[in-house]
Design a protein. Structure first.
Length: 418
C-alpha cells in the first residue's frame, strides 16, 4: 500500500505544467469508436483511469498504445461489444462507452456501474436518452444488455445537466440516422472538447457549452489527431495548495477561463491572481479570509470536483465558510479525515460549515476518494509536522505524479511505495 509522507509548513513557490484533462480523455476514448480508424491523442495524462479506459478499448478488440503523453487508439479492429464486470468496477465512468459501443455494434452489454465513494451513481438519464434514440435495454439487475438495429435522431431533454448522460447521448447520436437535439445538456469544457474531436471526424455537432446540442449522425472512417484540453481540476488543486500554504506559484498550459469560479473564490479569500491566455499565477501570504457560501453547481457554476480542495484552503482561514454540495449525495467524506488535523468542520446534510483554526497539526489520514484525497494532501501541506496520507490509489486515478508536481513547487513530500 503506498503512502505520501508530507512535512507541512513550507510555502509553495515555482512553476508547474498542468497535464491533460482526465474527464476529457475518457469520453474521447469512447468517441474513438465513432472514428473507425486511428486517433493520436496528445496531452494524455498517465493516470489509472486512463489506463483502465485503455484496457476497455483493448478488451473491445481495439488497439491502444501509450508513448509518453501520447496515446494512439485504433478502433478499426473492434470485435467485441461487452465490457466485463471487472473493468466496469475498476472505473465507474466506464458507462461512457455504452452509447458508442451500441452505435458501432448494434448491441452493448455492461455490468451496471456500482455506486462509488460519492454516493449512488444512477444512470437513468443515460438509459432514457439511449431508449429515445431507439435502444432496447434490458436491465438484468447486475448487467445491462442494449440492442438497437437502427438508431434514429431524437429530441432528448435531460432531467438535469448530467455530464455523462450528455456525452453518452452525443456519442450514440453520432450513429443515429438524422438529427438529434439534446436539451438541458451539460456545459462543461470537456463536452466542448468532445465536440471539437467529433467535428474533426467530420461529424456535425453544434452547441457544446450551451444547454442545447445538435448532432447529425453519419458513418465515418477517419484517422485524426487530437490534443486534450488541460485538466481544470488538477489546476485548481495546485492553486488551493498554494493558497493554503502561502507562497507564489505559476501554472502553465492551462485555460484560466475554465475555472474562473474557483479563482474568483481564491481572490475573495485574499489571494492575488494574475492570468494570461495559458497561465495563472497565484500568490498568497498571511491568513486568508473565509468566503461567502460556496454552492456547487453544474458548469459554469462552482465545480463539485473543486469543493474538497477549496475546503482544505479554508481550514485556517479567518471566519466560517459554508459549503453546499448540490451535485453528489456523499461528497464530504474528507471532512472526518480533515478533523484529524484539528480542522473545525460541522456537517448538516448538504451543508459543511468550516471555521478556520489558527493552526493544523500533522496526522495520519486516509484518502476517501479522488478529490478528497488530493484535499488531504493540501491540508497536510499546511499542517505543522509530518503527516502520512494513505490509500493514495484514489489519488492516482486522476493526478499524474501529484507528489512530483508538488515537489517541483517546493513541497516536502515523498511517495513511499510498499
Ligand atoms: C462527471 O461525472 C465527472 N466524471 C465527475 O468527476 C464530476 O464530478 C461530475 O461529472 C459532475 O461535474 C467524469 O467526467 C468521468 P453527472 P458524472 O452525470 O458524469 C446524478 C472526478 O472527480 N445522475 O453530471 O457521473 C448523479 O448521481 C469525477 O473527476 C443521475 O441521477 O456526473 C449526480 O448526483 C467525480 N442520473 C449528478 O447527477 C444519471 O443518469 C451529476 O452527475 C446521471 C447522473
Amino acid at each position: 500500500m503506498s503512502v505520501l509522507r508530507i512535512t507541512g509548513g513550507r510555502a509553495l513557490r515555482g512553476s508547474v505544467r498542468v497535464h491533460g484533462a482526465k474527464n476529457s480523455v475518457l469520453p474521447i476514448f469512447a468517441a474513438c469508436l465513432v472514428a473507425r480508424g486511428v486517433t493520436v491523442i496528445h496531452n494524455c495524462p498517465n493516470i489509472a483511469d486512463v489506463d483502465a479506459a485503455m484496457q476497455i478499448l483493448i478488451h473491445l478488440g481495439c488497439k491502444a498504445e501509450r508513448d509518453g503523453d501520447t496515446v494512439t487508439v485504433d478502433t478499426s479492429t473492434m470485435t467485441n461489444a461487452e465490457v466485463p464486470h471487472s473493468l466496469m468496477q475498476e472505473m465507474r465512468s466506464s458507462v461512457i462507452f455504452l452509447g458508442s459501443i451500441l452505435g458501432r455494434c448494434g448491441e452493448a452489454s455492461i455490468s451496471t456501474p456500482g455506486g462509488c465513494e460519492l454516493g449512488p451513481r444512477p444512470i437513468d438519464m443515460h438509459l432514457a436518452a439511449l431508449r429515445q434514440l431507439g435502444a432496447e435495454i434490458t436491465d438484468n439487475g447486475g448487467s445491462l444488455v442494449c440492442r438497437a438495429n437502427r438508431l434514429r435522431g431524437a429530441k432528448i431533454t435531460l432531467r438535469s445537466p448530467s455530464v455523462g448522460a450528455t456525452e453518452n447521448a452525443i456519442l450514440a447520436a453520432c450513429f443515429a440516422e438524422g438529427t438529434t437535439v439534446i436539451s438541458n445538456a451539460a456545459r462543461e469544457p470537456e463536452i466542448s472538447d468532445l465536440q471539437r474531436y467529433l467535428r474533426a471526424l467530420g461529424i456535425t455537432v453544434l452547441g457544446a457549452g450551451t444547454p442545447t446540442i445538435v448532432v447529425e449522425g453519419r458513418l465515418v472512417r477517419v484517422d485524426t489527431a487530437h490534443r486534450v484540453i488541460p485538466d481544470r481540476i488538477v489546476a485548481v488543486t495546485y492553486l488551493c495548495a498554494a493558497a493554503a500554504t502561502g507562497g507564489e506559484i505559476t501554472l502553465t498550459d492551462v485555460n484560466p477561463a475554465h475555472f474562473t469560479t474557483v479563482t474568483d473564490a481564491l481572490t475573495n479569500m485574499g489571494c492575488a491572481i494574475t492570468r494570461t491566455g495559458d497561465s495563472v499565477t497565484l500568490s498568497a501570504s498571511g491568513r486568508l479570509y473565509a468566503l461567502e457560501p460556496v454552492m456547487t453547481e453544474p458548469y459554469p457554476g462552482f465545480p463539485t470536483d473543486a469543493q474538497a480542495g477549496l475546503m482544505a484552503a479554508c481550514l485556517r482561514a479567518q471566519g466560517t465558510t459554508s459549503f453546499i454540495e448540490n451535485i453528489f449525495d456523499n461528497r464530504y467524506r474528507h471532512a472526518d479525515e480533515m478533523r484529524r488535523f484539528g480542522a473545525n468542520i460541522k456537517l448538516e446534510g448538504r451543508v459543511a460549515l468550516v471555521t478556520g483554526v489558527k493552526s493544523l497539526k500533522a496526522a495520519p489520514v486516509k484518502s476517501p476518494d479522488l478529490r478528497g484525497g488530493a484535499a488531504l494532501v493540501i491540508a497536510a501541506l499546511s499542517a505543522e509536522g509530518t503527516s502520512e496520507v494513505s490509500d493514495i490509489h484514489h489519488i492516482d486515478r486522476g493526478y499524474d505524479d501529484l507528489a512530483g508536481a508538488l515537489t517541483q513547487l517546493g513541497a516536502e513530500i515523498v511517495r513511499i511505495d510498499s
